[in-house]
Design a protein around this ligand. Structure first.
Ligand code: C2E
Ligand code: CA
Ligand code: CA
Length: 441
């Protein structure tokens, strides 16, 4: 840690922070990392107030040494201690997430060395999208909620929540974040170490029972924990931005698999559906990169379905729209995954070049017993007909559901009733069986 004599004095207000601009300029001139140069170290003596409840704040502090206590003032002016923090912890983090006043007073219990993290530093770091920043943001938001919840506790159970409980809660929270950081570090090399693999779940033409394509689903073979389900690692990979590399890998791998399946079966109409996350759309060069991969692997763009979520479209981002338009221009198909679970409206469907709606599993599962779910499936089907969109029913598990979908004129389905996600070898076998069956008929 660099010592900065100018800023390491006790917290007299005039030394509380260097004017951000000048420190940054000096840093650039002197060749230092401007973000690092803006980090100000502060010393507080035991008993000194570090921040005051209800006052505005524009920085958080990382406790390097010493311990602090966090207290909240009750309306009658008395105080209640709501926690203590020691080295390696963060205080005052709410201020760099929003513009609200300090939610508590923080006092030094011992002489403390604190590292200031200004709102400006934080925003810049987030913008630079360092993968760890996503996790730190999560930590901050967790703490934010924790603080809010604690302030509820203070109001409702003043005196009941012991300090020990508070500390245990911090430790639990810290270890969750540490687990997430650890998992992110392990995931970082997963593509290079060939720990990721794909399984393929078929799409079935309901009338004929024919396999017309596959969805590629990602799995991670973790070196210690073994096979990991995507819902355990995809959210982490999205939060850290690591998903982008994984998606690129999945896309290339899916194209290669599709090529092999087409060669193996001679069925040139097969398509493959790949799942994309919001972070994949941060790079405007992404459609061209996909086009390059398609060219490299010999797949026609129309044989690619991009699966995206309603949430992505609800962001109303011009960049997302442009990327999707370009993908459509290249003739890729665009499917909305889990359709019906977001806040879909006709207006946003019109704004984007969507080609397919995948009816969410929950509606398919419930439509045979719940009028509401059935009504929703019917309206999605009529919506798709009016808009000229294709429909895929997800999560089909029973014959009854198949029959109902048939009667509703839904043509394509996917689900455990037909097949679970499988290896490429099994997918090839399934297609061969289908062809043999067809040739015999
Ligand atoms: P999803 O895209 O909605 O994928 C469908 C999930 O439902 C898959 O779970 C599939 O195995 C499961 N499923 C299929 N048919 C049935 C059924 O009849 N009944 C039930 N109960 N489940 C069924 P999986 O493979 O565990 O994937 C979970 C989620 O992880 C996916 O949901 C998707 O959101 C995400 N995911 C998977 N692979 C990728 C990927 O390559 N990239 C991204 N960004 N997300 C992925
Ligand atoms: Ca999907
Ligand atoms: Ca889905």
């Amino acid at each position: 840690m660099k010592e900065k004599p100018d800023h390491s004095a006790a917290p007299a207000p005039e030394t509380s922070s260097d004017p951000a601009g000048s420190a940054a300029v000096q840093a650039v001139v002197s060749g230092l990392d401007p973000v690092e140069a803006l980090q100000v170290e502060k010393l507080y003596r035991a008993g000194e107030v570090i921040m005051l409840q209800d006052e505005p704040g524009d920085c958080a502090y990382f406790v390097q040494s010493g311990r602090v206590e966090i207290v909240r003032q009750r309306p009658d002016g008395s105080e209640i201690e709501v926690g203590r923090r020691g080295p390696g912890t963060l205080i005052g983090e709410m201020a760099i997430v929003d513009d609200g006043p300090r939610s508590a007073t923080v006092r030094a219990l011992e002489d403390c060395r604190l590292l200031e993290i200004s709102k400006a530093d934080f925003s810049r770091a987030v913008k630079n999208a360092n993968p760890i920043v996503g996790l730190v943001t999560k930590l901050i938001l967790m703490r934010y909620r924790d603080i809010l919840q604690r302030s509820e506790n203070v109001r409702e159970f003043a005196g009941v929540t012991t300090m020990l409980e508070q500390q245990e809660r911090y430790h639990a929270e810290e270890s969750r974040v540490l687990d997430a950081v650890r998992m992110a570090n392990e995931f970082k090399g997963a593509v290079a170490r060939q720990e990721l693999f794909l399984e393929y779940q078929p799409f079935i033409q309901i009338d004929t029972g024919r396999v017309i394509g596959f969805e590629a689903l990602m799995r991670w073979h973790h070196p210690v924990s073994g096979r990991m389900r995507p819902d355990l690692f995809i959210p982490m990979a999205e939060d850290t931005g690591l998903i982008v590399e994984a998606t690129r890998w999945a896309f290339r791998e899916s194209c290669k698999t599709l090529k092999r399946l087409i060669t193996h079966t001679g069925d040139s109409a097969l398509f493959i559906s790949v799942n994309f996350s919001a972070q994949d759309f941060d790079d405007p060069g992404f459609p061209d990169e996909m086009l390059f991969i398609l060219h490299e692997t010999g797949i026609h763009p129309s044989q690619i379905h991009l699966e995206i979520t309603e949430r992505l479209l609800l962001r109303q981002s011009e960049q997302v729209k442009q990327i999707l338009l370009q993908c459509r221009q290249y003739d890729m198909q665009i499917a909305i995954d889990d359709f019906g679970t977001g806040y879909s409206s006709l207006s946003y469907l019109h704004q984007y070049p969507v080609t397919t709606l995948k009816i969410d599993q929950s509606f398919v599962r419930n439509m045979t017993s719940d009028e509401g779910a059935l009504g929703l499936v019917k309206s999605i089907l009529s919506l798709s007909e009016n808009m000229g969109l294709s429909i895929i029913a997800e999560g089909v598990e029973t014959q009854q559901q198949v029959d109902m979908l048939k009667s509703l004129k839904c043509q394509v389905a996917q689900g455990f009733f037909f097949a679970r996600p499988m290896s490429e070898q099994d997918a090839a076998r399934l297609l061969t069986m289908q062809r043999t069956h067809h040739d015999r008929a």
